[in-house]
Write a protein that binds this ligand. Structure first.
Ligand code: HEM
Length: 443
């Protein structure tokens, strides 16, 4: 159709050398420049796709709530490329999958996962030994990957398939790093990436077999998320959904864990305030085997504000919906087929909602932290509407638990300057651009 009222569209003179090229180099920087130049709604024509960015907070409601935009249609192709799930299977199972995950990760159920996750964190953190110097991102991955996997999905069968944490880390980092490119391209273009994907899929197949065995002996109340998925997904793509779930649970939360620790340790006043609260909440506890319940977490609101502030500052570069019918926003009509984009990363830099937006200021969360409604207005890191991140309560719990445990057990100091966020990726939270060593000493 013809849409004379479509937003300004940015194309390169030679498409693959103009907009697409510039956009691909550093999308987050590109978006902010485009917004200054073309106004609050603009379309980027890149790599054959129309991406229409909505940057004003007052328009976010339409993005999250309109019946003329669709989540499943926005991500289906990416799901096909990244997890090899067929189109038919995805449209058939995704809605029920979404409902199931939402229910399993509701606040009450998340509280029940805390004890086991705490044990896992204790075990993996103790493996660091009494003192040393490591890259902080490596440390976070080494502890978080196996702990969260075992907490949510269960363990794997080792006989015949030796599997080590280092091997998993290596494969998952490759898979995660090229996830965004992989989501756009058929496997043949990315051979290392696709062999990591195959490795992870066979791991998931193995975990499904183990989960089915264990199911026979464990009662319903103690089922893992994977065991619940087994009951729901009846086609051959079950392990593939497991892989997507695994990626969703680690890809955003692990970099945020890095940033939360780095922000706290690099701000002396913040570090001190957090330590006072942690020492009070954990008084008389053994630093080697620390027991943190969901009640204890509630006694450390300042640590939670630090987590929320890290999420705000390193929020996903973009979240998407597909426009399925002509959509009016302000005076524009967005044509069907467009990918509609909101950037939480940029939204969180609006001084109207977040004064001094670049500053790490945990206190700004004080007024938001009332009971269940912990989020500030203008905060969209977890998306919104029917497809809002179902893992948000779990994410806050695991982060608060990890951060308070590592700070209680170890005295930390950064040996490198606080890294800048990498502006290379647009989907998901930012990785650090440079390496950052941390020195630790057991307390
Ligand atoms: C700080 C950490 C996290 C951030 C910033 C984050 C952010 C997001 C965002 C922006 C979305 C898309 C929402 C939308 O389009 O409106 C999403 C989806 C999702 N997240 Fe998270 N997430 C985090 C942690 C987690 C964790 C820990 C889990 C699992 C335990 C998880 C599971 C999921 C799943 C399964 C979806 C897809 C929902 C669907 O298919 O409808 N996330 N997340």
């Amino acid at each position: 159709g013809n849409y004379p009222n479509a937003p300004p569209c940015i194309k390169g003179w030679i498409p693959w050398f103009g907009a697409a090229f510039e956009f691909g180099k550093s999308p987050l920087t590109y978006i902010s420049h485009a917004r200054d130049k073309y106004g609050p709604i603009f379309t980027v024509f890149a790599a054959g796709k129309r991406l229409t960015f909505v940057t004003l907070h007052e328009d976010f409601r339409i993005f999250f709530m309109s019946k003329d935009v669709d989540f499943e249609q926005a991500v289906q192709e990416a799901v096909h490329h990244t997890a090899s799930i067929s189109k038919d299977s995805f449209y058939k199972f995704h809605p029920a999958c979404n409902t199931l995950i939402k229910a399993r990760l509701a606040p009450g159920n998340v509280a029940q996962l805390t004890d086991h996750l705490c044990e896992e964190f204790n075990n993996h953190l103790e493996m660091l030994g009494d003192q040393g110097t490591v890259e902080l991102n490596d440390l976070v991955r080494t502890v978080m990957y196996p702990a969260v996997m075992s907490n949510l999905l269960g363990t794997y069968n080792s006989p015949g398939r030796p599997f080590t944490t280092e091997q998993f880390r290596e494969k998952f980092v490759i898979y995660d790093e090229s996830f965004e490119y992989g989501s756009q391209l058929p496997d043949v273009f990315l051979s290392e990436w696709s062999s990591s994907k195959q490795w992870l899929l066979s791991l998931l197949r193995n975990m499904v077999v183990k989960a089915e065995d264990d199911q026979k002996s464990s009662d319903t109340a103690n089922r893992t998320l994977l065991q619940h998925l087994i009951k729901l997904i009846t086609d051959k793509f079950l392990p593939n959904y497991g892989l997507l779930m695994l990626w969703a649970s680690l890809a955003n939360a692990v970099p945020i864990t890095f940033w939360a620790v780095a922000f706290i340790v690099s701000n002396p006043m913040v570090y001190q305030t957090a330590m006072e609260q942690i020492n009070t909440a954990f008084k008389d506890q053994d630093t080697r085997k620390t027991r943190v319940t969901s009640e204890v977490l509630q006694q450390m609101p300042y640590v939670k504000w630090c987590i929320l502030e890290a999420i705000r500052l390193r929020a996903p570069g973009a979240i998407t919906r597909r426009v399925v019918r002509p959509l009016r926003i302000q005076n524009y009509i967005i044509p069907p087929g467009d990918m509609l984009m909101v950037s939480p990363y940029w939204a969180h830099r609006n001084p109207l909602y977040f004064p001094e937006p670049e500053q790490f200021k945990p206190e700004r969360w004080e007024k938001a932290d009332l009971g269940k409604n912990v989020f500030l207005e203008g905060f969209v890191a977890f998306g919104g509407g029917r497809n809002q991140c179902p893992g948000r309560w779990y994410a806050i719990m695991e982060l608060q638990l990890f951060v308070s445990l590592i700070l209680f057990k170890y005295e930390l100091s950064l040996m490198d300057p606080l890294p800048q966020p990498s502006s290379l990726h647009i989907v998901g939270t930012q990785q650090p651009e440079t390496r950052c060593k941390v020195q630790y000493t057991h307390r």
